[in-house]
Design a protein around this ligand. Structure first.
Ligand code: S3P
Length: 466
């Protein structure tokens, strides 16, 4: 707790072009899936975060060979994450070469697999490792240990998978019987991590795997597995639910190793879509931004609020849509955000709330209770940031009600609860930095290490634009 009274000045407009990290979700999948493909896969990207390095370290522990060239910054971060043996790329690009050995090629790590802060790593590994004939132990940091895993262990259990419990540290035993079996599962939540875990287990099971969800969550797993030669079907069911089917006949003995060019992360672009919109006089160019329709809910919500975006050069890269986006500052108005919108913007609600603070009128976000079990309780933490900066906000059980443009001048209020500064949550830290900057308090980033889980160059991007 502390007291913080500062004088605000007009924020410097954010102008220029920035290069964003590679998509975190796609990078996890590229690393995991290439490890069970047959042959050499190349993953081409720019910046990776600690979460992706955790996935890579674990696949090495399980016997995958990975080499390649990293930029200087990534070489240091990789080394901090216990990953050596990479060369220096000499520029800002990274190329990771993964030698896949097939689904039967993995061997017991002999020590715990540390997923760090990464829920995607841990939940996807629950699926991948539950079909393997050896025991594995997943561990993680304090935040990951508090996150729920029943959402994957329960349906995987129906497939014959065996786990020591529903939280990390978690031991994954080999399947009950010789092999896992198929499943038809109506997931109570739209979750790409759940869907992906079941599909990865399904690749090693006898029988069909069907997973349905209320709305289609991010579909990178389906796209990448299809490109590797797996046959998947998906579509809307008669009852309105979205279903993905991995038929038994759709599985292969070998999956193809791919060259994967990872698009820039839309979830990283999100901070600058908002910052560029709310800081007067801004104009920011971001190229090669992943524009998969299951990810870009924030883009549509901000457009509905009056944001000024120009998309150019729409193209497809490795089965994923990509665009160049120019954002210019604009006057925003409040908006209503429903559960359906939240699925497509699941990681962007904190930064959306910052946009709402600068919009005219009220913004009501509902159907977002899932945010309470992310890297932190993101509804409480977002409310804390807004309150800290003087923005009127009401925390609801499943959302937030924000009164835009009615905050007190930052220099005139006493801030006492500064607990948001050390939540260990990367997206909360970056959202707080954008809000403080837009209020004219300068750029201040707390929790730098947490930010490195997804966006190690966040502060560099800000510096480049000011
Ligand atoms: C992710 C899925 C989402 C998202 C997370 C990444 C993924 O989680 O919040 O940051 O890569 O599959 P849920 O599947 O729990 O919605």
């Amino acid at each position: 707790m502390g007291t913080d009274v500062r004088k605000a000045v007009a924020p410097t407009p954010l102008r220029g072009e920035i290069s964003l990290p590679g998509d975190k979700s796609i990078s996890h999948r590229a690393i995991l899936f290439s490890s069970f493909a047959r042959g050499k896969a190349r993953v081409l990207t720019s910046v990776l975060g600690r979460d992706n390095f955790a996935s890579l370290r674990i696949m090495r522990q399980l016997g995958t060979k990975a080499s390649g060239a990293l930029s200087q910054k990534m070489l240091s971060l990789a080394s901090e994450e216990g990953l050596d043996g990479f060369s220096l790329s000499g520029d800002d690009t990274c190329e990771i070469v993964i030698e896949g050995m097939g689904l039967q090629g993995f061997s017991s790590a002999g020590s715990a697999l540390d997923c760090g802060n990464s829920g995607t790593t841990a939940r996807l590994l629950c699926g991948l490792l539950s079909g393997q004939q050896f025991e594995s132990q997943l561990i993680g940091d304090h935040s990951l240990q508090s996150r729920p895993f029943k959402r994957v262990t329960e349906p995987l259990g129906h497939m014959g998978a065996r786990f020591s419990g529903d939280r990390l540290p978690l031991t994954i035993f080999g399947p009950e019987g010789a092999k896992l079996k198929g499943i038809a599962y109506d997931s109570p939540r739209a979750s790409a991590q759940v869907k992906s875990a079941l599909l990865l287990a399904g690749l090693q099971a006898d029988g069909d795997v069907r997973v349905s969800e209320s709305h289609c969550s991010r579909d990178h797993t389906e796209r990448m597995l299809s490109a590797m030669g797996c046959h998947l079907e998906s579509g809307l069911r008669a009852d309105g639910r979205w279903e993905v089917l991995l038929p038994d006949s759709g599985k292969r003995d070998h999956y193809d190793a791919l060259d994967i060019v990872v698009p820039s992360d839309f979830s990283a672009a999100a901070f600058f879509l908002v910052a560029g919109s709310i800081v007067p006089g801004s104009e920011i160019m971001m190229r090669n931004v992943g524009f998969n329709k299951t990810r870009i809910g924030l883009f549509s919500i901000l457009e509905g609020m009056g944001a000024s975006f120009t998309c150019e050069n729409a193209r497809s890269v490795g089965g994923e849509e990509v665009v160049d986006i120019l954002v210019r500052s604009a006057s925003l108005r409040g908006v209503s955000v429903s559960a359906e919108d939240v699925v497509l913007a699941i990681d962007e609600i904190p930064i959306l709330a910052i946009a709402a603070a600068f919009a005219e009128g009220e913004t009501l976000i509902s159907g977002a209770s899932e945010l309470r079990v992310k890297e932190s309780d993101r509804l409480t933490m977002t409310a804390n940031i807004l309150q800290y900066f003087g923005v009127p906000v009401e925390e609801l059980p499943d959302g937030l009600r924000i009164q835009g443009q009615s905050f007190e001048a930052p220099g005139t209020i006493e801030r006492v609860d500064d607990s948001w500064k050390s939540t260990g949550d990367h997206r909360i830290a970056m959202s707080g930095a954008v809000l403080g900057f837009a209020q004219g308090l300068g750029f201040e980033l707390h929790d730098k290490e947490a930010v490195e889980t997804s966006f190690p160059t966040f502060a560099d991007c800000f510096q480049l634009l000011t």
